[in-house]
Design a protein around this ligand. Structure first.
Ligand code: PDD
Length: 290
């Protein structure tokens, strides 16, 4: 386990100890949360979902009109060097691009400033195993989604998510299952959501209320190509979640993780379910194809 502060980071073209990395307090990432980030998992030097992660970051940068002349190959070189420098174990690679530092604080996008590009790695748990006995699980509470209407952009302005996550944490739970004012499930504070009922997997359709998760994208693609489990993207209500046979969350650092308790009530029999086992088995087999 490395102390993140002793690790090697990337900042604006240079690799250096994280403890020596410096940015200006006038950086708009700091002042406004004006930037885009990614988290890419890597196990023993092998990246999971590198291309779709970089594609999503480029989409986010276009959405907020940050022009950045870094190609996919250059990003790959940065990520590979970061994992090598930091011991190639089980790492999350954090990448962040902010609009850059200006000499004044003005809401409008300034012209002619250079984006700040930052990357570092942090330890993540070993690759999840498709095993009912050893799987990590989550206990969650539900909460009304109070975030903004552009949750499809992976913005560094995460205060809404942080406050929701803290709500779960303060109740002694691991995550929060968010629902909108119509009682429809959106996502978790840092995960996408799925429910299973009578053998079918249901996951909320993508729109401005959810991040298009890369784990979600890969999982649905893998289940479609290799699985025989029916999957439907549609509205999922909180009421349906409450009577689901299984609930799963997904994210880059957790893969597909079973939820065993919602609002103090046991989900299914309180253990990872059989459909989860099939899904995580297929995900483990095919996740390096992306
Ligand atoms: N979180 N929804 C939200 C709000 C998220 O923050 C995340 C990921 C996801 C899952 O996306 P993906 O499968 O691409 O990781 C969904 C990351 C890991 C984080 O902020 O640390």
């Amino acid at each position: 386990m490395t102390d993140t502060n002793d690790s090697i980071a990337y900042l604006n073209g240079e690799f250096l100890p994280l403890s020596q990395a410096r940015i200006s307090p006038m950086d708009r990432g700091f002042l406004f949360g004006d930037g885009i980030y990614e988290v890419i998992p890597s196990y023993h030097g092998k990246l999971v979902g590198f291309r779709p992660h970089i594609q999503r970051m480029q989409n986010g940068l276009s959405a907020i009109e940050i022009e950045l002349p870094i190609s996919e190959q250059e990003w790959r070189a940065i990520c590979e060097r970061l994992t090598q420098e930091n011991g190639n174990a089980n790492l999350g690679i954090y990448l962040q691009v902010s609009r850059g530092a200006d000499n004044k604080r003005n809401h409008a996008y300034p012209i002619g400033i250079t984006p700040t590009v930052f990357g570092f790695t942090f330890d993540i748990p070993a690759e999840p195993e498709a095993n009912i006995e050893t799987a990590r699980t989550l206990k969650v509470v539900s909460g009304e989604d109070k975030r903004w209407q552009r949750c499809n952009i992976k913005s560094v302005a995460l205060l809404g998510n942080v406050m929701h996550y803290q709500q779960g944490n303060a109740s002694g739970k691991d995550e929060v299952l968010l629902y909108n004012s119509a009682g429809e499930v959106t996502e978790g504070a840092a995960c996408n959501v799925y429910i299973v009922k009578n053998g079918t997997v249901f996951t909320p359709s993508l729109d401005y209320q959810k991040l298009p998760g890369i784990t979600r994208y890969m999982l649905l693609d893998i289940l479609g190509k290799y699985g025989d489990i029916p999957v439907e993207e549609r509205i999922v209500t909180l009421e349906e979640a409450k009577i689901a046979d299984e609930i799963w969350f997904s994210s880059s650092t957790k893969e597909v993780i079973p939820v065993v308790e919602l609002d103090g009530v046991t989900v299914g029999d309180g253990r990872p379910g059989p459909v989860w086992l099939q899904a995580q088995t297929l995900f483990s087999q095919h996740k390096y194809d992306y």
